[in-house]
Structure formats: structure tokens, C-alpha cells
Write a protein that binds this ligand. Structure first.
Ligand code: DAH
Length: 337
């Protein structure tokens, strides 16, 4: 009988004993009254007289080795459980489920609006937030000294006047038209910047969606139909729209677009300032100078464009009265969406 082999086997068994119950079963099997050690000891008298001494010493050696190994193992097993109990950890308590984040309300509105326009056949395109002076202003028919620059004033980077933070998403019109020939139907979501003092309705950074469509024979009625489908999809089928004449340098004619107040349905309330109407975007037919700048023939192509502030749309849709709430990262606010 090879005592070394037996010891190796028992050590493997011990390593696999992962609970006090399993350890106890091994103790009975090897050290119990009818266990292996008892059996080996009982077999000594049956051996030849000259072998008994050596075998007896081996069995005794194994037995005391096993007593040490079992004692150590027991300490390990109960020690780790006892440690947890001593540290007041309730190992039976259910775990803490990680909280899943959710899509930011501004991103939700962007996705919803882009979805409405892509279903009408528009592509979604993005442009850089650091723009050239040319794309943000001159290419959009806003000459250097023109007073309308004031409305789109922005932050300039250090090699002023060439680079700036875009003050609207309209410069992507110039980029897309320079890169592609008509027909074009594109919406552009993204961040824009203005040096505005922060209050309940102004921030130095906010989001816009620009849209434009260029082809032959595009008319103002195409703009009206497109925007009316958009507004009804976002605010409900029974809202009314109106187009008020306005001025934008990059469109002619230009309009500001209102929807009937979603709170009072046009009767007049505090949200719409008793007017019954809420302004939601600016729009118009793309100015021939914009086409000339990008190399389109204004005699051949016509197109419409529009631009809206996302925060404003979200505030109207959800009845939010302070734009700062979107960017304070307060979970009590964000968890509602
Ligand atoms: N870029 C304008 C703004 O920031 C919004 C706008 C108005 C965009 C009319 C347009 C447009 O494309 O046709 O206020």
C-alpha cells in the first residue's frame, strides 16, 4: 500500500471541500471510527513481523499529517464565513441592482424629430461646432458689417476672425451644398453657442435642428406641408400653424412659424403671453446669394430651409419653465423622462 499516494489523494479531496459539510464527510471517510486510517491500523497485525514496524510508523505519520491538514482546512472554511458575520455582512441579503441610465430628454427630442424627417426622406448630417467665419456668416449672406450679425454673435477662437463656435446649425447648409449637387434633403442636429447671459430662457450653449431641401421647382407650399406634418407629429394632430413674415439674411421670403398654444388651444394664457400662439422656428426659401456662394444656379434650383431650438421644443412639449434644468444633471428632473 503506497501511503504517499493515499496522502496525495486525500490532499486533493481536501482542496475540493468547499463547505464545512463536505469537510465533515471527508473526516468520517478518512479519520472516522471505520475510516481509512482505522482500517490501515487494524491491518498491521496481519502483516509479516518484519514489515509491521515500518508500516505502523508510516500510518502514524499519515494520521498526524491528516489531523493537521483537517484542522487547517476547518479554520479556513469557518474563518471566512465567520469573518463576514463578524463584519456585519448579511450574506443572505439580496444584492443592490445597478441603476440603468436613460436617454437625456434633449437627445430624445432630437431622435424623435430626426425620425419624423427621415421618414419624409431627409438624411441626418452633422457638422463641426468650431466653424469658419465664412460658413457661419458670409456664406449665409451675412456680410461682415451687416447689423444682422449681431443676432448671431458668438465666441471667437484665438485666430479671430477666422474660427469661431458656430452660433447656429445653418453653416452646415454651406458645407453640404458645397459637397453635394441637388437634390438635397438634410436635417442637422447639434450644439450651438451664443454669448448670452444665463437665465430661465437663455444659455450660452443650446441645441438646434436645421433642415433644408433643394431641387428644381421647390415652392413655399412644400415648406408649409413639410413643417405642418412635423408640427402635428410632435405636438398633436389638432394644433394650428401660422407663418408670420420675418427677416433672415439667408432666406427670402422668410417667416417665423407659430403653433396654436398647446396649453390654452389658442384662447390665450400665461404660457403664450395671452397671444394664443407659440413661436417654434424660423424658415424661408433659400436666398439666391446662398446658392451663388456654393456654386448652385439660382435660376435652376430653389429650396427651403428652417431652423429650430431643441430646448424650446422640449420645454413646450413637456411644460418645462427653466432651460437650465436640462443641464444641471439633477436626477430628480432627468428621471422623469
Ligand atoms: N439660423 C437661425 C437661428 O439660429 C434659424 C433659422 C431661421 C434657420 C430660418 C433657417 C431659416 O434655416 O431658414 O436663429
Amino acid at each position: 500500500m503506497d501511503i504517499k499516494l493515499i496522502q496525495a489523494q486525500i490532499e486533493t479531496d481536501l482542496a475540493n471541500a468547499i463547505s464545512p459539510q463536505l469537510l465533515e464527510e471527508l473526516r468520517v471517510k478518512y479519520l472516522g471510527r471505520k475510516g481509512l486510517i482505522a482500517e490501515l491500523t487494524a491491518s498491521i497485525p496481519t502483516l509479516a513481523a518484519q514489515e509491521r514496524g515500518a508500516f505502523g510508523r508510516e500510518v502514524n505519520g499519515l494520521k498526524s499529517k491528516l489531523l493537521t491538514l483537517f484542522a487547517e482546512k476547518e479554520k479556513n472554511l469557518t474563518g471566512s464565513i465567520q469573518g463576514e458575520i463578524n463584519n456585519n455582512i448579511d450574506i443572505g441579503m439580496p444584492g443592490i441592482a445597478p441603476t440603468l441610465g436613460s436617454v437625456h430628454p434633449i437627445t430624445q427630442i432630437i431622435d424623435e424629430i430626426c425620425g419624423i424627417f427621415t421618414r419624409m426622406g431627409f438624411c441626418v448630417v452633422e457638422g463641426p461646432e468650431v466653424e469658419t467665419e465664412n460658413n457661419n456668416f458670409t456664406g449665409l449672406n451675412i456680410p461682415l458689417e451687416h447689423p444682422s450679425r449681431d443676432a448671431f454673435d458668438t465666441f471667437y477662437l484665438k485666430d479671430y476672425p477666422k474660427l469661431l463656435l458656430r452660433s447656429h446649425t445653418s453653416p452646415v447648409q454651406v458645407r453640404a451644398m458645397k459637397a453635394h449637387k441637388p437634390p438635397l434633403a438634410i436635417v442637422v442636429p447639434g450644439r450651438v453657442y451664443r454669448p448670452d447671459a444665463v437665465d430661465a430662457s437663455h444659455l450660452f450653449m443650446f441645441h438646434q435642428i436645421e433642415g433644408f431641401l433643394v431641387d428644381e421647382n421647390i415652392r413655399f407650399s412644400d415648406l408649409k406641408g413639410t413643417l405642418s406634418l412635423f408640427a402635428k407629429s410632435v405636438f398633436g394632430r389638432d394644433i394650428k400653424m401660422r407663418f408670420r413674415p420675418h427677416f433672415f439674411p439667408f432666406t427670402e421670403p422668410s417667416a417665423e412659424v407659430d403653433i396654436s398654444c398647446i396649453i390654452c388651444k389658442g384662447k390665450g394664457c400665461s404660457v403664450c403671453g395671452r397671444k394664443g400662439w407659440l413661436e417654434i422656428l424660423g424658415a424661408g426659401m433659400i436666398h439666391p446669394n446662398v446658392f451663388k456662394h456654393v456654386g448652385y444656379d439660382p435660376e435652376k434650383y430653389t429650396g427651403f430651409a428652417f431652423g429650430m431650438g431643441i430646448e424650446r421644443i422640449a420645454m413646450l412639449k413637456y411644460g418645462i419653465n427653466d432651460i437650465r434644468l436640462f443641464f444641471e444633471n439633477d436626477l430628480r428632473f432627468l428621471n422623469q423622462f
